[in-house]
Design a protein around this ligand. Structure first.
Ligand SMILES: C[S@@+](CC[C@H](N)C(=O)[O-])C[C@H]1O[C@@H](n2cnc3c(N)ncnc32)[C@H](O)[C@@H]1O
Length: 224
């Protein structure tokens, strides 16, 4: 296998084909069942931030996404059974939306709302690791960033967020699983941090865009 393998397909069906503990760590970001899969905006901010936000976006291109239907429901029980069977450890973004075992090893993504704007002050990941809570700080869009970051997916996560997960919860050479690739941010992080990855994305448009993004971003490094 190549180190980074991006596959167009249904991850639930694919998981059934793997042996127990095949993957070192599964780092996943499944649908939360909130309908944030296209047109619906996820932006709620306080009124005093609204004028700042308008100023920030004025004249800048706002990301727009085709409406899709993948965020209607959370994955079925069968998915979780398979995920826990095929991987030794797990990190689940949006862990607060799912029924998962008790854990002390949560990750909090602090979105630095004092300097920017987003749906919430942060996001949570459940982990199977017996470690204390860890905090990752990252500002997506805000007054200190000159340009908004171009996104190709409505729920795209930062590459740096995955770099953080890989740094603190995995080792060089580990085989990582992502069952819901989306924009493929995790693939770029794995490439730079020398982790192997198998990632699945069911939507062809997202899959093609993720592959293109991966090639473009990793080719830049090759040129240098
Ligand atoms: C929350 S998004 C993932 C976003 C991703 N973490 C990122 O950084 O871009 C969930 C993705 O899972 C995909 N998806 C939904 N069901 C799937 C399935 N059964 N197999 C593979 N992908 C699936 C959706 O098309 C969507 O792109």
């Amino acid at each position: 296998m190549t180190d980074i393998e991006l596959i167009h397909g249904d991850s639930l069906q694919a998981l059934k084909g793997y042996t127990d503990n095949h993957f070192d760590v599964a780092i996943v970001d499944p649908p939360y069942g909130l309908g944030f899969d296209g047109e619906k905006t996820s932006m709620t901010i306080s009124p005093n931030m609204e004028s700042e936000r308008k100023k920030f976006w004025k004249g800048k291109k706002v990301n727009q996404y085709t409406k899709k239907d993948w965020d209607k429901e959370v994955p079925p029980k069968e998915y979780w059974d398979e995920l826990f069977r095929v991987s030794k450890n797990q990190i689940v973004w949006g862990g607060n939306h799912f029924e998962l075992p008790q854990s002390r090893g949560w990750i909090f993504w602090d979105k630095k709302m004092d300097k920017g704007f987003s749906l919430a002050d942060g996001e949570l990941a459940w982990t199977s690791f017996d470690k204390g809570v860890k905090k990752f700080e990252y500002l997506w869009a805000g007054f200190k960033k000159k340009k908004p970051i171009k996104r190709i997916h409505p729920t795209q996560k930062p590459i740096d967020l995955y770099r953080f997960c890989l740094k603190y919860y995995t080792c060089e050479g580990d085989l990582i699983l992502d069952t819901h690739l989306g924009s493929g941010s995790i693939a770029i992080a794995c490439h730079y941090m020398k982790r192997k990855l198998i990632g699945y994305e069911i939507d062809k448009e997202y899959y093609d865009a993720a592959c293109k993004r991966f090639k473009e971003q990793t080719m830049q490094q090759a040129l240098w």
